[in-house]
Design a protein around this ligand. Sequence first.
Ligand code: COA
Length: 309
Amino acid sequence: MAGGRIIGWGTALPEKVLTNADLSTMMDTSDEWITERTGIKRRHIGGSTASLSVASARRAIAMAGIDPASIDGLVLSTTTPDRTVPATSATVQNELGLRCGAFDVNAACSGFVYAYVIAQGLLAIGAKRLLVIGTDTLSRITDWSDRGTAILFADGSGACVVDATPDAGQLLGWDLDADGSLEHLLYAEVGGYIHMDGKEVFRRAVRIMVDSAKKSLAKAGLSVDDVKLCVPHQANLRIIDAACRNLGIPLERTAIVLHETGNTSSASIPLALFDAADRGRLQNGDIVLLVGFGAGMTAASAVLEWRNP
Ligand code: COA
């Protein structure tokens, strides 16, 4: 069965930056509190899901050095589509000049890993070259008077081109989970704002990330000691710290960008992964563990063998 290999990537963040100091002029909070409780220092706000997706995808296509016409499928992970109908992937497909199947995936903050695993399935049944994007514009569904959520959420995008390989490819193990009975912990009605039981989400997040990561590693036949880099969902530094501590992965082997990005949902894992790759933190053969959690309550993880393009 064919596998997949990432041959190019790109990221995009809106220009407008909102610092913790900015937030403290808008609500009863402080830089000190936000930094200590979340690890976030600033976040980027603005743009649409389509515009950020197009920006990150253009960079991924340029890095891969490919003709966009050769892409035969687009999978866009987003929890914040620009419209209810059509899927935002249709807008992105058109703006990039692609002529291929295009669809959205919504698995909240686990979405990029879901999209990546789905792409792998498409490659296994004959797709040749896919564009996988994770983008969210959570600032549009954030209640900017609610200090329990406004300090966390932000906007961003990450994209990659994944090519079919004759061998099993980069993906060595994966796990996709959800528990819809917990949907009340984190939700937004259509047209409404995010509501969240932060404490309960925190408590569950650590457990389900650890559980999912262990399942993926077991499927790959690997242990945490094999993991060169863990790329967790960038929700809260304390969640990342607790999950990594529980797994036995030191923070030095973890990719973290949330001090700069906040929680960008679908974009969070690709922003952290491609930041690490851009900084030269990944060498051929390195084992990378992606692990996310989100509303629904979804969890997803994937074990990759890194290959530099
Ligand atoms: N600024 C200042 N004080 C704040 C505050 C803020 N932004 N938000 C809450 N507080 C106050 C509370 O009112 C409370 O005060 P009290 O003790 O006088 O009642 C105190 O700080 C502690 O609040 P608490 O809710 O217990 O804080 P916490 O340590 O649980 O941190 C979150 C709150 C939201 C940062 C944390 O629960 C969290 O990150 N949860 C996970 C959320 C998440 O990741 N969601 C996305 C999933 S994809």
